[in-house]
Design a protein around this ligand. Structure first.
Ligand code: ADP
Ligand code: MG
Length: 626
């Protein structure tokens, strides 16, 4: 029998195929099953247009059979089958897709369910097999044929006996070798079941396989026997194709567990089906807790991507913006243009559109949670609020509008997390700005000298305790026309009525301030009388864009460029200490240096900043204590 050669390019392609198109060998099974499903679809389509064929759903299925001795794996179907010419042209020319021709001939529009379109999937079989045999009988033909190939040097076609219409594809699975030892798994029913579940769970026809199970012997209570039975291993109808009102919260939660999206119970889910420019269904989850590596570089965002019930990608990062990277779930779209291996997408215009829609949906769901279930939202915010704040700051603030209403900060007056909208609504009539204070913890902030005045005036202060907070706030710049102001900023502009504002700083005091500034030698940009201090003698504030808190954060970054805040040492001229300072200034030039350094270092300590020279600080104190 003469061996036919694959077409010239096909030979090279076959090589390429076997070695490089697919990233994982196991996808060969997905390709064979998808072809089988296509063939049954074609049968169904024929039945629709030809009255002499009746399509009884029970007669249509896909089978997987194993013969371990022969190392043989067979995938068979009851689809349309192939005649001699079809075997020759569909399987003899790589990159010729019979399914694509079928679609064209039958004028099936894009989006019809047939999966094939590239004409390479079949050859994936050679990634795992030394020999491939296809036995097929086409609908409406008397003679069946067998196609056989052992790789790149060609194939043979011979007539055979086969009663039923359909196709059987048998692979002789490669032997494990020292370098490659994962072939045996394709002869293990449990492994195969897992592969089918992973990639082909939602193929619409039953995929059957003989599986053994331990069962109680009839009439006994503890006597088990091994029963071998045909089982359908795919679940066929994907949950996302079902109607929302057929499903309960329980169903969605169970699906979350089955998919191993997380060990937690999701706080919320979104199930959406869109019939617009791009058609797709999606199920998305908002998890309750962050995975252990969420805030590290190891974390990979992404949704599962299906095309027509067949898994294409485990994690398609294009489907989620970074600031919603915590969302889990999947998207199934029949309109995607996939590339040859189905593992990459041809171009991402459709994905961009889907991402945009999903982002809107996620935001809506979160806002709704914030409105209707505060406790739940706070749980969410504890886990993922940081990511939202990063989102405000990143990409030069281009997403801040999307995110600003999702932010919460602790409030000095409410003693709980509040949204910016809630703050603004409570603002006093004469209040121009949204006040905030930064620090490590709420209690530490509460005791900061800088908050005293603002608090006493009865203004609400937002406490920023996360290192990203102030960066995000600066990026926001304003909320509903109200700007943000740190209680530590140099231009707080809050007059204290008890201070006589008209009172000029006396020449004498100014001389003292100048002297102190000189002593501090560049560490502060100014020393001046404070308008905000009440009970504390000194504090540090800042001028310019970089705050003291930001300096702290930046100094911890690996490539920090020594960026520093412009600090101002403010002195409470009403405080007893100021009187002592004045006295010493008049008497003892050396001591004033010690006092200045001590006060400056104490102000640093209150801010949680490191003291540059702890030893001379303690020496200074000892001197004074003497
Ligand atoms: P594609 O599915 O992208 O068209 P494949 O390489 O997977 O490419 O398959 C090539 C062609 O071979 C299919 O288009 C189809 O016409 C035919 N074919 C493959 N498997 C079967 C099958 N089980 N039953 C009928 N035809 C098949
Ligand atoms: Mg195919």
């Amino acid at each position: 029998m003469a061996k036919q050669q694959f077409e010239a390019e096909s030979k090279r392609l076959l090589d390429l195929m076997i070695n490089s198109i697919y990233s994982k060998r196991e996808v060969f099974l997905r390709e064979l099953i998808s072809n089988a499903s296509d063939a049954i679809d074609k049968m169904y389509y024929r039945a629709l247009t030809d009255d002499s064929i009746n399509f009884n759903p029970n007669d249509y299925y896909i089978r997987i059979d194993l013969d371990k001795e022969k190392r043989q794996l067979t995938v068979s179907d009851t689809g349309v089958g192939m005649n001699k010419e079809e075997l020759e042209s569909n399987l003899g020319v790589i990159a010729k897709s019979g399914s694509l021709t079928f679609k064209k001939e039958n004028e099936i529009k894009d989006g019809h369910d047939i999966i094939g379109q590239f004409g390479v999937g079949f050859y994936a079989a050679f990634m795992v097999a030394d020999q491939v045999t296809v036995r097929s009988k086409a609908l409406g033909e008397d003679q069946a044929y067998q196609w056989h190939s052992e790789g790149a040097d060609g194939f043979t076609i011979v007539p055979i006996d086969k009663e039923t219409v359909g196709t059987e594809i048998s692979l002789i699975i490669k032997e494990n070798s020292e370098e490659e030892d994962d072939f045996d798994q394709f002869l293990d029913p449990n492994q195969l079941q897992t592969i089918v579940k992973t990639y082909s769970d939602f193929i619409r026809y039953p995929i059957k396989m003989e599986l053994s199970e331990q069962k109680l012997k009839e009439g006994t209570e503890d006597d088990y026997e091994t029963v071998i039975e045909d089982k359908t291993i795919n679940s066929m109808v994907p949950i996302w194709k079902k109607n929302k009102d057929e499903l309960t919260e329980e169903d969605y939660h169970q699906f979350y567990q089955e998919k191993h999206y997380g060990f937690d119970t999701p706080l919320d889910y979104i199930h959406t089906s869109v019939d617009g420019n791009v058609r797709y269904q999606a199920i998305l989850y908002i998890p309750e807790s962050a995975p252990y590596n969420y805030y590290s570089a190891d974390f990979e965002k992404g949704l599962e991507l299906y095309s027509n019930g067949v898994l294409i990608m485990n994690k398609a990062p294009e489907l989620l913006p970074d600031y919603f990277s915590f969302v889990k779930g999947l998207v199934d779209s029949e309109d995607l243009s996939l590339n040859i291996s189905r593992e990459m997408l041809q171009h991402d215009r459709q994905l961009k559109l889907i991402e945009k829609n999903l982002t809107r949906k996620i935001k809506q769901a979160l806002l709704k949670m914030l409105r209707n279930d505060r406790e739940k939202y706070e749980k969410f915010y504890t886990a993922f609020g940081r990511q939202l704040k990063f989102g405000v700051y990143n990409d030069f603030g281009q997403n801040k509008e999307t995110l600003k209403d999702l932010l919460l900060f602790y409030s000095s007056t409410e003693k709980k997390l509040v949204s910016l909208a809630e703050y603004v609504e409570r603002m006093k009539e004469d209040q121009e700005t949204i006040y905030y204070a930064t620090g490590e913890t709420n209690t530490k902030i509460e005791r900061l000298p800088q908050t005293e005045m603002v608090q006493e005036k009865g203004f609400e202060i937002l406490y920023l305790t996360d290192d990203i907070d102030e960066f995000a706030i600066k990026m926001l710049a304003e909320y509903e026309g109200k700007t943000f102001k740190s209680v530590s900023s140099g231009d707080l502009d809050l007059e204290d009525e008890s201070n006589d504002e008209t009172e000029q700083v006396s020449d004498e005091d100014q001389k003292l301030f100048d002297k102190m500034k000189e002593i501090l030698n560049g560490k502060v940009t100014d020393v001046r009388r404070s308008k905000r201090l009440k009970s504390h003698p000194v504090c540090l504030t800042n001028e310019g864009d970089i705050s003291i808190e930001m300096e702290k954060v930046l100094s911890m970054m690996p490539d920090n460029q020594g960026i520093q805040a412009n600090k101002v040492l403010e002195i409470n001229t009403k405080h007893d200490i100021f009187q002592s300072l004045k006295d010493i200034f008049a008497q003892d030039q050396e001591k004033i240096e010690q006092y200045t350094n001590i006060l400056y270092n104490q102000a640093l300590l209150i801010e949680g900043l490191p003291i540059e020279d702890p030893l001379s600080y303690t020496n200074d104190i000892w001197e004074v204590l003497k």
